[in-house]
Design a protein around this ligand. Structure first.
Ligand code: ASP
Ligand code: MG
Length: 413
């Protein structure tokens, strides 16, 4: 008998019929004699719809009320899924995040899980119940509801797997696993049989949104092996673990394991900031204090003791950035600022880069051959990212996928 944690994403529970299918799958796992805890997301586009509803009322909803609202999405799905299991004759109980013992740090809309007191879940196991837990939510020390940021149910699931010392953590989604590129964009993309935490982290952070990056970090920290697979079929998905063998289905050694892209990117530039020690600290300190997650950063060369500072972040932070930058204009001071949201980011990822020089050169050459201009560049040991014009991102991904030998020859026509 094993302890199994399963997580079903919003699309897997997007309708009554889908909920029934998921329920049957959970029952199969339970009937094998396992203790099963299931994390669910809100149905389909519920979270987006709730955000849109709030935006009709105010452009600046109180963070507390926003979390109060968004946490209801997951509460709907746990109750419905529990009903479906009950109708199948299973013993089942649904629990909200707080009933399941998720303690969070109080940061509305992007809370971190501090701990999980899983006594209640274990007690329900002892009673023979399947436990359905609402993802994406917890309670802070003041008794306030916190949500964990978009895609946070993945992190809820991994955290529960850690707390329960689960034997298996399966992440069910609407795709067959992690692909070498977004399969909707690249027809020749292949499913990876295994991927390492580090590569997955880069892929996830770069826009391959199968898993919330934080969930991968947590899995890496506690060495939880994840199985990302489809809720619509029984085929093997992608195993995410420490020492993954890259592309073990191919004979040749691959340097790059995937090409990721992200269109939720905008660029902000502060023109003419003073060129002296402490300024970057002040700019990015202020952005951090205002809750803006900055990604790439570029400083231009100095002219007349002044320079330009550009950075990228998600488009959802537009309002916050506008506020922060107008404040910095006065305090630094700076000449002006500009926002640009017609850019996208394309990244190549692969642990093989550590030992193979020239990946960046290849990437830049491929983009040049496509006539694509590169904006900002950033690198890590196992990733190179460039911003490009949003309209060119499709072409960039396709060209890079081919150039790095990732195309599945079988599906090439
Ligand atoms: N429902 C939340 C979202 O849409 C959490 C999740 O799906 O993981 O972001
Ligand atoms: Mg998700």
């Amino acid at each position: 008998m094993a302890i199994v944690v399963q997580k079903f994403g919003g699309s897997s529970v997007g309708s009554a019929e889908r909920i029934q299918r998921v329920a049957r799958r959970i029952r199969e796992t339970a009937e094998k004699g396992n203790d099963v805890a299931v994390i669910v997301s809100a149905m389909g586009d519920t979270t987006d719809d709730l955000i849109a509803l709030a935006e009709q009322l105010t452009s600046d909803p109180p963070p507390r009320e926003m979390d109060m609202l968004l946490s209801t999405g997951e509460q709907q799905s746990i109750a419905l899924l529990a009903m479906a299991l009950d109708a199948l004759g299973c013993r089942v109980v649904s629990l909200t995040g707080w009933q399941a013992g998720y303690h969070t740090d109080g940061l509305f809309s992007k809370a971190k899980i501090l701990s999980i007191d899983c006594c209640r879940v274990q007690e329900e196991f002892r009673k023979g119940n399947i436990v359905i837990v609402a993802g994406f939510q917890g309670l802070d020390a003041h008794g306030e509801i916190n949500t964990l940021g978009r895609g946070g149910s993945d992190t809820s699931a991994v955290a529960l797997a850690v707390a329960l010392d689960a034997d298996i953590c399966e992440i069910f989604t609407d795709v067959d696993g992690v692909y070498t590129a977004d399969p909707r964009m690249v027809k020749t993309a292949r499913k990876m049989s295994e991927v390492s935490y580090d590569e997955m982290l880069e892929m996830a952070a770069m826009g391959a949104v199968v898993l919330q990056p934080r969930s991968v970090e947590l899995a890496k920290q506690y060495q939880v092996v994840l199985h990302v697979r489809s809720s619509f079929n029984y085929s093997e998905g992608t195993i995410v673990k420490e020492d993954a063998v890259m592309n073990k289905d191919l004979e040749k050694e691959m340097i790059v394991c995937g090409v990721a892209h992200d269109t939720n990117v905008m660029k902000a530039t502060l023109f003419g900031v003073p060129d002296r020690p402490g300024i970057a600290g002040e700019i990015f300190g202020q952005l951090a204090a205002d809750g803006v997650n900055v990604d790439m950063i570029v400083q231009s060369g100095n002219r007349d003791e002044r320079q330009d500072v550009s950075f990228t972040c998600g488009r959802q932070d537009r309002m916050k950035i506008t506020r922060t930058l107008s404040g910095l204009m006065k305090t630094l001071p700076a000449d002006s600022y500009a926002l640009l949201d017609t850019i996208a980011k394309v990244s190549v990822v692969g642990a093989g880069m550590i030992t193979h020089p020239g990946v960046a050169a290849t990437m830049f050459r491929v983009l040049a051959e496509e006539g694509i201009n590169i904006g900002m560049i950033s690198t890590s040991e196992i990733k190179i990212s460039c911003t490009v014009d949003e309209e060119q991102v499709n072409r960039a991904v396709l060209a890079l996928h081919t150039a790095f030998g990732l195309d599945d020859v079988k599906s090439c026509s």
